[in-house]
Design a protein around this ligand. Structure first.
Ligand code: SPD
Length: 383
């Protein structure tokens, strides 16, 4: 038995403590719909007469195996149209503007808090989600949505450093590899940071020995200064194709999500080839653990169909296939049992947290003070 499964399980127990419509979405939401969750079959059986013909899914890029959308269409006759984003704030801004045309979104933990507080997402009808029984109970009821009123977990992961072991034969163990001028001048123009107002400031705060949720003005100024000093050396802020640029050799090191690192290592379907020299590490100073969640928009005209789709994604065979394809971590315990030895081996090599790593990880929270990160990021990006 590989070591990551028990260690990860143990680690998770320890942690349980008017915008324009998108190109592919309808110009405006349909005027009326019979697609309502109320009165639907309580057993979880699907009432096909209630299914919409099309569902509009707004998800992170490189975050679903496209064959799963094909399978859903084959099984239910519902075409899922996918649009993508690369940061919570972009998605929320589009949804907040209204008439986004989307049914389903995938906010991260702290973003679920924001969307629920603003009434942008609706309470889920659990009678339509029997496959929630397959989820790891340690990953339900999290701080950002107690009782999973508005969301169910989709994938989780960690934010650390992906690097090419040919360029870093001794490995990487500190955020200094991305912030220390003496080090980064050697690979100027060949590394990136995540384009994300919580991620990059969070990494800077961890390097400074602080919490990634720290909103003390002096600490935020120090993080801002660090990020501004780093900018001349950076190739880019990049959350969208860091996987491809690591795999191709354009980047030698990058701030990345764990699944992006696995994609850089393994490749992604027939989209791009992997590079087995790409490794992933969580710096000794620590970093972020996060979870992305499925939620239905309040102005979705297809809420019943969206529930059916969520339930489909929680089917263990589907969740396992999706996890194998995108390389993140599945919150579905019965899917984890189905994973290949290949991906379990990568998890054991640091692409997933073990009990030792988990002690260095923090979740991002959202509160009345965390808008300071938006301000900081505006300053840094504007420099
Ligand atoms: N390419 C898909 C990436 C999904 C990452 N979401 C995590 C955000 C955590 N801040």
């Amino acid at each position: 038995m590989k070591r990551w499964i028990p260690l990860l399980a143990m680690a998770l127990v320890m942690l349980s403590a008017c915008g324009s419509a998108p190109a592919s979405a309808p110009a405006s939401a349909p005027a009326a719909s019979t697609d309502s969750p109320s009165g639907a079959a309580a057993s979880g059986d699907v009432d096909t007469s209630k299914l919409a013909k099309e569902l509009f899914f707004y998800n992170w890029s490189d975050y679903i195996d496209p064959s799963i959308l094909d399978d859903f269409e084959k099984e239910y006759g519902v075409k899922v149209t996918l649009d993508t984003y690369d940061q919570n704030e972009d998605m929320i801004a589009k949804v907040r503007a209204g008439n986004s045309g989307y049914d389903l979104v995938v906010p991260s933990d702290y973003a679920v808090t924001t969307m629920a507080a603003e009434g942008l997402i609706i309470p889920l009808d659990k009678s339509l989600l029997p496959n929630i029984s397959h989820m790891n109970p340690d990953l339900l009821n999290k701080y950002f949505d107690e009782g999973n009123v508005n969301s169910v977990p989709y994938m989780y992961g960690i934010s650390g450093i992906a690097y090419n072991k040919q360029d870093f034969p001794d490995g990487v163990d500190s955020w200094a590899a991305l912030f220390d001028p003496a080090q980064i001048e050697k690979y100027k123009g060949k590394f990136s940071m995540l384009d994300d107002e919580r991620e990059s400031p969070g990494a800077a705060l961890k390097y400074l020995g602080k919490s990634l949720n720290d909103t003390d003005p002096a600490d935020l100024k120090a993080a801002e200064d660090l990020l501004i000093a780093q900018k001349p050396f950076l190739a880019a802020y990049n959350s969208s194709d860091v996987n491809r640029k690591l795999a191709s050799g354009e980047y030698v090191i990058a701030h990345a999500w764990s699944g992006q690192a696995i994609q850089a290592h393994n490749g992604l379907g027939d989209e791009f080839s992997g590079n087995a020299d790409i490794m992933f590490t969580m710096p000794k100073e620590g970093g972020m653990i996060w979870m992305d969640n499925l939620a239905i928009l309040k102005d979705s005209p297809n809420a019943y169909t969206a529930h059916v789709f969520i339930n489909f994604l929680m089917r263990p065979d589907i969740a396992a296939r999706n996890t194998e394809y995108i390389g993140y971590l599945s919150p579905n315990k019965d899917a984890v049992d189905l994973l290949s030895q290949d991906i379990k081996d990568l998890y054991a090599q640091g692409f997933a947290p073990d009990a030792e790593m988990i002690k260095r990880l923090e979740w991002a929270v959202r509160n009345e003070k965390t808008t300071a990160f938006t301000d900081l990021w505006t300053v840094v990006k504007g420099e």
